[in-house]
Design a protein around this ligand. Sequence first.
Ligand code: MRU
Length: 354
Amino acid sequence: MEDIKNIDTVDIDIEEPALLAIDQRLLPNEVKILRLKTKEEIYDAIKTLAVRGAPAIGVGAAIGMYVVAEQLAKDCKSEDEFFAAYKEASDYINSSRPTAVNLSWALKRMEECLDSRRGESRDTQLLALRDEAITIKNEDIEMCRKIGEYGVELIHPGDGILTHCNAGRLATVRYGTATSPIYQAHERGMDIHVYCDETRPLLQGARLTSYELFSAGIDTTLICDGMSASLMRDGRIQMVIVGCDRVAANGDVANKIGTSMVAAVAKYYGVPFYVAGPGSTIDMSTPTGRDIVIEQRDGSEVTDKWYERPMAPAGVGVYNPAFDVTDHELIAGIITEKGILRPPYTEALKKIFG
Ligand code: MRU
């Protein structure tokens, strides 16, 4: 099994400007680094989940826009032409996936950075974009590290920890969000056991989370999505930690489809359900979970993907939302880089991120 521990999930090549990204569509069987340069390549990588996970999408888009700007700077004569082409490319990449707020958050930061350099030389503008993309990447690493420091305090030796989807290092630049406390507990020598939901239909839990935790030497068990209730009932899970794609101002959380079911079951069995997420995933302009746009994906991901032959009758109706919303009442705490937020979330979020 190839080790990805020392590779940043998304990175920048400053010599020959390109977005470097681990192609997550091929994991765990092959580790391949993509070199992405055009807006079409970047859009496609995000849409098809080569680059995925809310923070990694944001950092990837920021680096991607710097790379695209390098080419646009060569093609455009006037500043107005350059700025218009930049905005058009940014809007296009922003349309690749709707739910993770990190995408629009990072693109907005990059656009504001360029706008603030209006009237300056093209070289200065490009340098500013490059620095901003690197800053966004470094901030992500730092936020995830801090989430680990706060989150590890919730873990006790001997704990069984359930996670859903992949909110691991592959969903960020390094460390992950939900996995960052797990990595820190492991580094401290704590005896913990992690259960990974396989996460239908795209199997991020099986292909990515169980891969990265298992290859890091963490005691890991892969389970099918419907199995966690029986493990909770048997007392084998002491806590749940998941990531998030958007946290609304009232603490409702959008995350991978299936998350809200885990949260409801955890509540029933008295298992604390935690969400880990950086400030870049908190969206104070979205009042509640009902206002979050949920991405709908092609039904073939449910019926055909990963199988040699279709596993459902041709033509059957398929519903394939990529995310769901977990109501804030089900969440015991939101682990951020600024501390662990507790209910009532409207007040807690406003105080720290308002
Ligand atoms: O469709 P994906 O694989 O991009 O969905 C990812 C998730 O739902 C993650 O849990 C979320 O982005 C948090 S990543 C730290």
